[in-house]
Design a protein around this ligand. Structure first.
Ligand code: CUA
Length: 436
């Protein structure tokens, strides 16, 4: 009866659902039994033919009294006991040296979720977790009380400012699942959503160690950085680019305009004003708006503020605003390119260039210039020749052999590149080595 719970995505879910369904069924059974008997007797023994029937004297039954006291008592004790057993398993991670748990710090704020992994990887409104490993999410809030809820994992907990709480779950199947804020926290409460992506352990390791997002932001122009932050930091939820008033003032023609504030003062929107409004939004409230924005003090770097200022500066209606996404892929027929050309594209797309130069200079990793065919030593003293197998191995499992003088900083690309793509990269590296 009444099976309305969502998919079971965590280890605890089947047992939790079982007790939930059992209690529901039990309640429905007794509701129908008691109300049904009531209705039946009311009809069966109603006043008939205008005649009153004398009520017989009933002395009671000890047997019945005992049965309907003892049976419900046992049921209630059992429900409480089983509930406590399951609750205990849900409140914390069991110590298990085989299965180290994944720790994620989460911060709710109006109206988004920030997540940080232990290696420093940060995301907004997205978490990636490995299937089969316990995950512990430590929750707090920057402003008001929010509540973090992943229905398929059967976890829900308040995120309270100035305090920590946590949820624990072990995902059992891969897929993408929604997480909600379930504590009404203001205008955009309903859009305070996050995406939970459950992936294989290998994909999780690759994703967690792939910092190319952050690296590519370092290489972006300030305007592009600002444009990507506009989405990543959730500015777009409250500030439009087309002049429409959402929760906050639009960015259209904001820069250089005169701003009126609720206290009657005015100022011209310059770099200082925008910086202050990002870091301490409460200090000046635009007339006609409320103080709803979270302070980004300590949440955003000077570089990022610079990017946002440059981005806002460009929103003057003189040109259509490009889609707020990072570097867009142009459509190219890859089969029309030579392997070397395809390899060069991969060199740029996979951002190999942030660590491997083409001009012989040593960055984080060895330069690709004159790499192919080079002889050298690994940190363990073993000698190598940079041939096809060596390059393939270095791309797929860079941690297995580290070239002398370098540290293991590269994410493994196992499962991320096809054999053809690796061949293309090898061709490209070969061309750089043999060229001038
Ligand atoms: Cu946050 Cu509702």
């Amino acid at each position: 009866m009444f099976r309305y719970l969502p998919e079971q995505g965590s280890e605890i879910a089947p047992r939790l659902d079982w007790i939930h369904n059992w209690i529901t069924d039990l309640s429905v059974f007794f509701t129908i039994a008691i109300c049904g008997a009531m209705i039946y007797f009311a009809i069966r023994y109603r006043k008939q033919g205008g005649v009153d029937h004398e009520t017989p004297r009933i002395e009671g039954s000890n047997f019945l009294e005992i049965v309907w006291t003892v049976v419900p008592t046992i049921i209630c004790i059992w429900v409480a006991y089983y509930g406590i057993v399951i609750y205990n398993e849900m409140v914390d991670v069991k110590e298990d040296p085989e299965k180290e748990f994944v720790l994620i710090n989460a911060q709710g704020y109006r109206w988004a979720w920030d997540f940080q992994y232990q290696n420093g990887k940060t995301t907004t409104n997205e978490i990636v977790v490995p299937v089969g490993r316990p995950t512990k999410i430590i929750l707090t809030s920057r402003d008001v009380i929010h509540s973090f809820f992943i229905p398929v994992m059967r976890v829900k907990k308040d995120a309270v400012p100035g305090a920590y709480s946590h949820v624990v779950f072990t995902p059992v199947r891969t897929g993408e699942y929604p997480a909600f804020c379930t504590e009404y926290c203001g205008t955009n409460h309903s859009s305070m959503l996050a995406n939970v992506r459950v992936v294989s352990e290998a994909e999780f390791q690759r994703w967690k160690n792939d910092r190319s997002d952050e690296l590519s932001k370092l290489a972006m122009s300030p305007v592009d950085l600002g444009r990507s932050l506009y989405v990543d930091k959730g500015c777009n939820a409250c500030h439009s680019l087309d002049g429409s008033a959402v929760v906050g003032p639009t960015f259209l023609n904001l820069f250089g305009s005169e701003r009126k504030f609720t206290d009657g003062t005015t100022t011209v929107a310059d770099e200082n004003y925008i910086r202050e409004s990002i870091l301490y939004p409460a200090s000046k409230i635009s007339a006609g708006y409320q103080n709803l924005m979270p302070a980004f003090e300590g949440q955003i770097s000077d570089n990022e503020i610079q990017g946002l200022i440059e981005f806002i500066r460009t929103i003057d209606g003189s040109q259509p605003v490009p889609e707020p996404v990072a570097a867009e892929e142009e459509d190219v027929d890859l089969s029309s390119l030579t392997p070397v050309e395809r390899g060069e594209r991969l060199y740029r797309e996979k951002i190999c260039f942030t660590c491997h130069s083409l001009d012989g200079s040593a960055l984080v990793g060895p330069s690709f210039k004159d790499l192919y065919g080079r002889k050298g030593k690994f940190t363990d003293g073993q000698e190598y020749v940079a041939d096809d197998d060596y390059i393939r191995g270095s791309i797929l499992e860079p941690g297995s052999e580290i070239v002398e003088g370098y540290v293991n900083a590269m994410p493994p690309y196992q499962g991320q590149l096809s054999d053809e793509q690796i061949d293309d990269l090898i061709a490209f590296i070969q061309s750089v080595s043999n060229g001038d």
